[in-house]
Write a protein that binds this ligand. Structure first.
Ligand code: HEM
Length: 419
């Protein structure tokens, strides 16, 4: 699936004209994707070709921006649209078709309306109420790790079950259905062309599942449950409320956006710390460092080898490159997080880094709605492991760990010894 950077699908340079010069079109993900160390290709692009032509696995040619300020511009400037991503003929990055009229595929003012309807449910204070039970759950999962003993796989025992249980609880869906979600959402992030039909079927089944759930909730408003989806069914803003279809897209968005991302980050955070055991020891000795350490790890971890897609709504000139209306532009968050224009020594992991405005949760109107929930999951799972296993270490060298080669990349395994 990965081809050498700078080559076309047949392994030959694939030229594209930029400002009178011929530039190769790079295939993403790059050949240096799916590993811990920073990508030399991103560094080269940031320095020499800040607006580069790339080809997605779905075969679309789009622009890729890699510098911190340009990534922020593409994510927040209304001339770069999310709604246009679902229009006929728009460039495609993933195999799964994005759902139209959802939070992630609308622009202001439609997006502002949807976001307002869900914002109180996701407000910082409301989400903080979940912290005690996320901490309890993390402690129980640490018990499972202790029971498994040396060689326990933290991805299977903590990183995956924690966010799935949290999202099931929040949406009021049976935890017994978790294997089904896992399969649907994994397929939702798939980049294997051979899985195209299964991806479409998975998205249809997931939508039907959420549809049935929303229908049950709407029929049962007399006896409301205590979960977020129920709150959203009842949410109103000045006479406005989410329609049945909007509730379905929102439920799908939450399930897909809210579990694999957190699972990958939990594994990556622990693995990055254990790669240099003095970092683990530092946090064992001082738990008050955990919040800033998590922000630094979010900046440092590689988690998306592509970027967030937008479509230009008018011709835009950037660093001498003319981006034409209708062309796709991807904002490379991983690359922005390592830009030396924004960070002193970006490749150093500093657990107490100050003023860390990383872009791992995005920027602008589409800033991650689940950011606070994700932070709670990351902080509490790490604290539970630090308390329970102060001597924990990797059970195999970090370089030998297997990676999942999907849109939201991450480790496929995390075997540890408990000390
Ligand atoms: C560490 C874990 C997570 C990371 C790194 C992450 C990252 C992101 C990023 C980068 C975006 C912006 C996408 C764009 O601009 O195109 C986003 C949006 C979003 N995220 Fe997250 N996310 C995480 C966890 C969660 C969780 C736990 C939930 C829900 C429970 C969630 C729900 C959403 C939603 C609904 C959006 C769309 C917001 C909008 O379009 O207005 N995310 N996330």
């Amino acid at each position: 699936m990965t081809r050498p950077a700078g080559t076309g699908s047949e392994g030959l340079p694939n030229p594209h004209r930029v400002g009178g010069m011929t530039e190769p079109v790079l295939d993403i993900p790059f050949a240096d994707a799916f590993q811990f160390d920073p990508s030399p290709t991103f560094e080269e692009l940031r320095e020499n070709r800040p607006v580069a032509r790339v080809r997605t696995l779905a075969g679309a040619e789009v622009w890729l921006v890699t510098r911190y300020d340009d990534v922020k511009l593409v994510l927040a400037d209304p001339r770069f649209s999310r709604a246009a991503v679902v229009k006929q003929g728009a460039p495609r990055v993933a195999l799964a078709k994005p759902m139209p009229n959802s939070l992630t595929t609308t622009d202001p003012p439609e997006h502002t309306r949807l976001r307002k309807l869900v914002s109180s449910t996701f407000a910082h204070r409301r989400i903080e109420r979940t912290r005690p039970w996320v901490a309890d759950l993390s402690a129980k999962l640490a018990d499972d790790v202790a029971a498994a003993g040396d060689g326990a796989d933290l991805r299977e025992l903590v990183a995956l079950p924690l966010p799935i249980q949290v999202i099931c609880q929040l949406l009021g869906v049976p935890y017994g259905d978790r294997e089904q979600f896992r399969e649907w959402t994994e397929l939702g992030y798939s980049m294997r062309m051979a899985e195209k039909d299964r991806v479409e079927q998975a998205m249809t089944e997931l939508t039907a599942y959420i549809d049935a759930l929303v229908t049950r909730k709407l029929a049962n408003t007399a006896a409301p449950a205590e979960d977020l989806l129920d709150e959203l069914v009842r949410a109103r803003e000045e006479g406005d409320r989410l329609s049945h279809d909007e509730l379905i897209s929102f439920g799908v968005n939450l399930l897909v956006a809210g579990h694999e991302t957190s699972a990958n980050q939990i594994s990556s955070c622990v693995a990055t710390l254990l790669r240099r055991p003095d970092n683990w020891a530092k946090l064992v000795a001082d738990h008050s460092l955990v919040p800033s350490a998590i922000e630094e790890l979010l900046r440092f971890n590689r988690f998306s080898e592509v970027g967030q897609l937008r479509v230009a709504t008018e011709d835009i000139e950037l660093h001498g490159v003319r981006i034409k209306a209708g062309e796709g532009v991807m904002a490379a968050l991983n690359s922005a997080n390592r830009d030396p224009r924004e960070y002193e020594n970006p490749d150093d992991l500093r657990l107490d880094r100050k003023d860390n405005k990383h872009l791992s949760f995005g920027f602008g109107p589409h800033f991650c709605l689940g950011a606070q929930l994700a932070r709670i999951e990351l902080q509490e799972s790490l604290l539970a492991l630090l308390r329970r296993f102060p001597q924990m270490s990797l059970a195999k060298p970090a370089e030998e760990l297997k990676w999942r080669r999907v849109l939201v990349s991450g480790l496929a395994e995390l075997p540890v010894n408990l000390g």
